[in-house]
Design a binder for this molecule. Structure first.
Ligand code: PGA
Length: 252
Protein backbone atom coordinates (compact mmCIF):
# COMPACT_ATOMS: atom_id res chain seq x y z
CA UNK A 1 0.00 0.00 0.00
CA UNK A 2 0.97 3.59 -0.51
CA UNK A 3 0.58 5.48 2.78
CA UNK A 4 -2.45 7.75 2.87
CA UNK A 5 -4.04 6.22 -0.21
CA UNK A 6 -7.41 4.48 0.05
CA UNK A 7 -7.22 1.13 -1.74
CA UNK A 8 -9.52 0.45 -4.67
CA UNK A 9 -10.91 -3.02 -5.33
CA UNK A 10 -12.48 -3.10 -8.79
CA UNK A 11 -14.53 -5.93 -10.25
CA UNK A 12 -14.36 -6.38 -14.01
CA UNK A 13 -17.32 -8.53 -14.97
CA UNK A 14 -16.22 -8.64 -18.63
CA UNK A 15 -18.85 -10.28 -20.92
CA UNK A 16 -20.45 -12.50 -18.30
CA UNK A 17 -23.91 -13.01 -16.91
CA UNK A 18 -27.58 -12.46 -17.54
CA UNK A 19 -29.39 -9.43 -16.24
CA UNK A 20 -30.86 -11.52 -13.46
CA UNK A 21 -27.44 -12.83 -12.47
CA UNK A 22 -25.94 -9.33 -12.60
CA UNK A 23 -28.63 -7.97 -10.29
CA UNK A 24 -28.17 -10.81 -7.81
CA UNK A 25 -24.39 -10.39 -7.86
CA UNK A 26 -24.71 -6.65 -7.30
CA UNK A 27 -27.05 -7.25 -4.37
CA UNK A 28 -24.49 -9.59 -2.88
CA UNK A 29 -21.73 -7.00 -3.21
CA UNK A 30 -23.96 -4.31 -1.74
CA UNK A 31 -24.74 -6.48 1.26
CA UNK A 32 -21.08 -6.65 2.26
CA UNK A 33 -19.87 -3.27 1.07
CA UNK A 34 -20.35 -1.32 4.27
CA UNK A 35 -17.81 -3.51 6.05
CA UNK A 36 -15.08 -2.75 3.51
CA UNK A 37 -12.18 -0.42 4.25
CA UNK A 38 -11.46 -0.32 0.53
CA UNK A 39 -13.30 1.68 -2.09
CA UNK A 40 -15.31 -0.83 -4.12
CA UNK A 41 -16.05 -0.53 -7.82
CA UNK A 42 -18.02 -2.73 -10.21
CA UNK A 43 -17.62 -2.58 -13.99
CA UNK A 44 -20.50 -4.52 -15.57
CA UNK A 45 -21.22 -5.02 -19.28
CA UNK A 46 -22.85 -1.95 -20.86
CA UNK A 47 -26.46 -3.25 -20.95
CA UNK A 48 -26.28 -3.97 -17.23
CA UNK A 49 -24.92 -0.60 -16.07
CA UNK A 50 -28.21 0.98 -15.09
CA UNK A 51 -29.82 -1.95 -13.28
CA UNK A 52 -26.54 -2.84 -11.57
CA UNK A 53 -26.15 0.77 -10.39
CA UNK A 54 -29.58 0.52 -8.79
CA UNK A 55 -28.79 -2.79 -7.13
CA UNK A 56 -25.38 -1.63 -5.86
CA UNK A 57 -26.72 1.48 -4.14
CA UNK A 58 -24.53 4.40 -3.12
CA UNK A 59 -21.76 2.52 -1.34
CA UNK A 60 -20.21 0.87 -4.41
CA UNK A 61 -18.92 2.73 -7.46
CA UNK A 62 -19.84 2.02 -11.07
CA UNK A 63 -17.48 1.90 -14.03
CA UNK A 64 -17.47 1.10 -17.74
CA UNK A 65 -15.17 -1.45 -19.38
CA UNK A 66 -14.29 0.76 -22.36
CA UNK A 67 -15.31 3.96 -24.13
CA UNK A 68 -14.78 5.53 -27.54
CA UNK A 69 -12.20 8.24 -28.09
CA UNK A 70 -14.78 10.56 -29.69
CA UNK A 71 -17.32 12.49 -27.67
CA UNK A 72 -20.19 11.45 -29.96
CA UNK A 73 -20.91 10.50 -33.52
CA UNK A 74 -21.47 7.76 -36.06
CA UNK A 75 -19.69 4.89 -34.30
CA UNK A 76 -21.96 1.89 -34.42
CA UNK A 77 -21.60 -0.37 -31.42
CA UNK A 78 -19.49 2.04 -29.40
CA UNK A 79 -20.18 3.95 -26.21
CA UNK A 80 -19.14 7.52 -25.39
CA UNK A 81 -17.54 8.44 -22.09
CA UNK A 82 -20.28 10.98 -21.42
CA UNK A 83 -22.89 8.21 -21.78
CA UNK A 84 -21.14 6.27 -19.03
CA UNK A 85 -21.04 9.36 -16.84
CA UNK A 86 -24.70 10.04 -17.59
CA UNK A 87 -25.79 6.66 -16.21
CA UNK A 88 -23.77 7.07 -13.03
CA UNK A 89 -20.35 5.66 -13.86
CA UNK A 90 -17.37 7.48 -12.37
CA UNK A 91 -14.58 5.23 -13.71
CA UNK A 92 -13.78 3.52 -16.99
CA UNK A 93 -11.32 0.69 -17.64
CA UNK A 94 -9.18 1.46 -20.71
CA UNK A 95 -6.52 -0.47 -22.59
CA UNK A 96 -7.33 -3.82 -20.98
CA UNK A 97 -5.18 -6.48 -22.59
CA UNK A 98 -8.31 -8.13 -24.00
CA UNK A 99 -9.16 -4.85 -25.78
CA UNK A 100 -5.56 -4.51 -26.92
CA UNK A 101 -5.62 -8.10 -28.27
CA UNK A 102 -9.21 -8.48 -29.51
CA UNK A 103 -9.57 -4.99 -30.98
CA UNK A 104 -6.00 -4.07 -31.84
CA UNK A 105 -5.95 -1.16 -29.43
CA UNK A 106 -2.51 0.43 -29.30
CA UNK A 107 -1.16 2.95 -26.82
CA UNK A 108 -2.12 6.01 -28.88
CA UNK A 109 -5.76 4.92 -29.01
CA UNK A 110 -5.80 4.12 -25.30
CA UNK A 111 -4.43 7.60 -24.63
CA UNK A 112 -7.12 9.18 -26.84
CA UNK A 113 -9.78 7.22 -24.99
CA UNK A 114 -8.33 8.32 -21.65
CA UNK A 115 -8.49 11.94 -22.84
CA UNK A 116 -12.15 11.42 -23.75
CA UNK A 117 -12.78 9.91 -20.32
CA UNK A 118 -11.17 12.87 -18.57
CA UNK A 119 -13.17 15.31 -20.69
CA UNK A 120 -16.37 13.56 -19.61
CA UNK A 121 -15.42 13.61 -15.94
CA UNK A 122 -14.56 9.91 -15.66
CA UNK A 123 -11.48 8.58 -13.90
CA UNK A 124 -9.59 6.32 -16.31
CA UNK A 125 -8.19 3.00 -15.10
CA UNK A 126 -5.45 2.40 -17.66
CA UNK A 127 -4.23 -1.19 -17.94
CA UNK A 128 -0.68 -2.17 -18.80
CA UNK A 129 1.14 -5.48 -18.71
CA UNK A 130 3.63 -7.68 -20.49
CA UNK A 131 3.06 -10.95 -22.35
CA UNK A 132 4.72 -14.13 -21.19
CA UNK A 133 7.27 -13.96 -23.99
CA UNK A 134 8.16 -10.40 -23.03
CA UNK A 135 8.63 -11.42 -19.39
CA UNK A 136 10.79 -14.38 -20.34
CA UNK A 137 12.89 -12.05 -22.48
CA UNK A 138 13.48 -9.83 -19.45
CA UNK A 139 11.48 -7.00 -21.00
CA UNK A 140 8.54 -6.74 -18.58
CA UNK A 141 9.55 -3.44 -17.01
CA UNK A 142 10.45 -1.83 -20.32
CA UNK A 143 7.15 -2.95 -21.89
CA UNK A 144 5.10 -1.62 -18.99
CA UNK A 145 6.83 1.74 -18.77
CA UNK A 146 6.60 2.10 -22.54
CA UNK A 147 2.86 1.48 -22.34
CA UNK A 148 2.56 4.11 -19.60
CA UNK A 149 4.47 6.66 -21.67
CA UNK A 150 2.22 6.00 -24.65
CA UNK A 151 -1.15 5.52 -22.96
CA UNK A 152 -1.40 8.13 -20.20
CA UNK A 153 -2.61 11.59 -21.20
CA UNK A 154 -1.14 14.71 -19.62
CA UNK A 155 -4.22 15.34 -17.45
CA UNK A 156 -4.08 11.86 -15.94
CA UNK A 157 -2.57 12.71 -12.56
CA UNK A 158 -4.64 15.82 -11.95
CA UNK A 159 -7.78 13.68 -12.36
CA UNK A 160 -6.56 10.99 -9.98
CA UNK A 161 -6.11 8.44 -12.75
CA UNK A 162 -5.54 4.80 -11.84
CA UNK A 163 -3.00 2.40 -13.36
CA UNK A 164 -3.68 -1.34 -13.38
CA UNK A 165 -0.69 -3.63 -13.84
CA UNK A 166 -2.01 -6.83 -15.37
CA UNK A 167 0.52 -9.29 -16.77
CA UNK A 168 -1.28 -10.76 -19.79
CA UNK A 169 -0.19 -14.29 -18.90
CA UNK A 170 -1.73 -14.02 -15.42
CA UNK A 171 -5.21 -12.99 -16.56
CA UNK A 172 -7.74 -15.77 -16.13
CA UNK A 173 -5.01 -18.42 -15.88
CA UNK A 174 -4.69 -18.94 -12.13
CA UNK A 175 -1.01 -18.02 -12.45
CA UNK A 176 0.48 -14.91 -10.87
CA UNK A 177 3.93 -13.39 -10.70
CA UNK A 178 5.72 -13.82 -7.37
CA UNK A 179 5.16 -11.10 -4.82
CA UNK A 180 8.72 -9.89 -5.44
CA UNK A 181 8.02 -9.65 -9.18
CA UNK A 182 4.81 -7.71 -8.57
CA UNK A 183 6.58 -5.36 -6.18
CA UNK A 184 9.37 -4.73 -8.69
CA UNK A 185 7.00 -3.74 -11.50
CA UNK A 186 4.85 -1.61 -9.18
CA UNK A 187 7.99 0.24 -8.03
CA UNK A 188 8.91 0.85 -11.67
CA UNK A 189 5.39 2.14 -12.38
CA UNK A 190 5.63 4.47 -9.37
CA UNK A 191 8.97 5.80 -10.57
CA UNK A 192 7.51 6.38 -14.02
CA UNK A 193 4.48 8.23 -12.61
CA UNK A 194 6.66 10.40 -10.37
CA UNK A 195 9.02 11.11 -13.22
CA UNK A 196 6.18 12.23 -15.44
CA UNK A 197 3.81 13.88 -12.97
CA UNK A 198 6.05 14.82 -10.05
CA UNK A 199 4.46 14.95 -6.61
CA UNK A 200 1.02 14.05 -7.97
CA UNK A 201 2.38 10.78 -9.31
CA UNK A 202 3.32 9.68 -5.81
CA UNK A 203 -0.30 9.42 -4.69
CA UNK A 204 -1.88 7.77 -7.73
CA UNK A 205 -3.27 4.32 -7.21
CA UNK A 206 -1.57 1.37 -8.89
CA UNK A 207 -3.72 -1.77 -8.93
CA UNK A 208 -2.54 -5.31 -9.51
CA UNK A 209 -4.70 -7.56 -11.70
CA UNK A 210 -4.38 -11.13 -12.93
CA UNK A 211 -5.76 -14.15 -11.06
CA UNK A 212 -6.37 -12.28 -7.81
CA UNK A 213 -8.29 -14.61 -5.48
CA UNK A 214 -9.22 -14.58 -1.80
CA UNK A 215 -6.23 -16.83 -1.12
CA UNK A 216 -3.55 -14.57 -2.61
CA UNK A 217 -5.10 -11.12 -2.18
CA UNK A 218 -3.81 -10.35 1.28
CA UNK A 219 -0.17 -10.91 0.41
CA UNK A 220 -0.40 -8.97 -2.85
CA UNK A 221 -2.30 -6.06 -1.28
CA UNK A 222 0.34 -5.70 1.44
CA UNK A 223 3.11 -5.03 -1.11
CA UNK A 224 4.53 -1.52 -1.47
CA UNK A 225 2.90 0.49 -4.28
CA UNK A 226 0.04 -2.02 -4.62
CA UNK A 227 -2.99 0.16 -3.95
CA UNK A 228 -5.75 -2.27 -4.77
CA UNK A 229 -6.76 -4.90 -7.27
CA UNK A 230 -8.54 -5.29 -10.58
CA UNK A 231 -10.41 -8.55 -10.29
CA UNK A 232 -11.93 -10.54 -13.15
CA UNK A 233 -13.08 -14.10 -12.50
CA UNK A 234 -13.25 -13.83 -8.72
CA UNK A 235 -15.47 -10.74 -8.98
CA UNK A 236 -18.25 -12.95 -10.36
CA UNK A 237 -18.80 -14.43 -6.91
CA UNK A 238 -19.84 -11.76 -4.38
CA UNK A 239 -18.31 -13.57 -1.41
CA UNK A 240 -14.97 -13.93 -3.20
CA UNK A 241 -14.92 -10.29 -4.28
CA UNK A 242 -15.69 -9.17 -0.74
CA UNK A 243 -13.08 -11.55 0.69
CA UNK A 244 -10.47 -9.99 -1.62
CA UNK A 245 -11.51 -6.53 -0.43
CA UNK A 246 -11.20 -7.73 3.16
CA UNK A 247 -7.54 -8.48 2.41
CA UNK A 248 -6.53 -4.82 2.33
CA UNK A 249 -4.08 -4.04 5.13
CA UNK A 250 -5.43 -2.63 8.38
CA UNK A 251 -3.36 0.51 8.12
CA UNK A 252 -4.98 1.42 4.83
P1 PGA B 1 -8.76 -12.37 -13.72
O1 PGA B 1 -8.91 -11.08 -14.68
O2 PGA B 1 -8.91 -11.86 -12.30
O3 PGA B 1 -9.87 -13.27 -14.13
O4 PGA B 1 -7.41 -12.92 -13.97
C1 PGA B 1 -8.35 -9.84 -14.32
C2 PGA B 1 -8.65 -8.82 -15.39
O5 PGA B 1 -8.60 -9.16 -16.58
O6 PGA B 1 -8.94 -7.66 -15.08
Amino acid sequence: MTPGVRPLIAGNWKMHGTLREAAALAEGVRAGAAASRAELLICPPFPHLVPVAGALGDGVGLGGQDCHAAARGAHTGDVAAAMLRDVGATYVILGHSERRADHGEADALVRAKAEAALAAGLVPIVCVGESEAQRLAGAAEAVVTGQLDGSLPDGFAAAGGVVAYEPVWAIGTGRTPTEAEIAAIHAAIRANLEGRFGEAGAGLRILYGGSVKPGNAKGILALPHVDGALVGGASLVAADFLAIAAGVPDAA
